[in-house]
Design a protein around this ligand. Structure first.
Ligand code: FES
Length: 107
């Protein structure tokens, strides 16, 4: 299973082996990673699953859809060039070793 690392604002690292096909949001919630809320259940309608992907890893992700792009304008913490919605990023074998950073707040 692909290994995904979540880094909290206080630098706490959580490394998870996630099944292919789950989302970064679902993987975090299932494993009690603080800092991801996922209020809308993964439908790109709340932006409480905002994550920052390490810039060098961005090209390993599928491009974002229009819906995700629009919702990223409503994140609590400032959107950056490497912002993504965790619910819209599906885990694939190509993401093994991916590092995502969690924002200071989601609400
Ligand atoms: Fe609501 Fe991702 S869980 S936008």
């Amino acid at each position: 299973m692909p290994k995904i690392t979540y880094i909290a604002v206080d630098a706490t690292e959580t490394v998870l082996d996630l099944p292919v096909g789950t989302s970064l949001m679902r993987g975090a919630l299932t494993n009690d990673v603080d800092g991801i809320v996922g209020q809308c259940g993964g439908f790109a309608q709340c932006a409480t699953c905002h994550v920052y992907v390490d810039p060098e890893d961005l090209d390993r992700l599928a491009p974002m859809e229009e819906e995700e792009d629009g919702m990223l304008d409503f994140t609590v913490c400032a959107r950056a060039d490497n912002s993504r919605l965790g619910c819209q990023v599906k885990v694939t074998d190509a993401l093994d070793g991916l590092v995502v950073r969690l924002p200071e707040s989601q609400a």
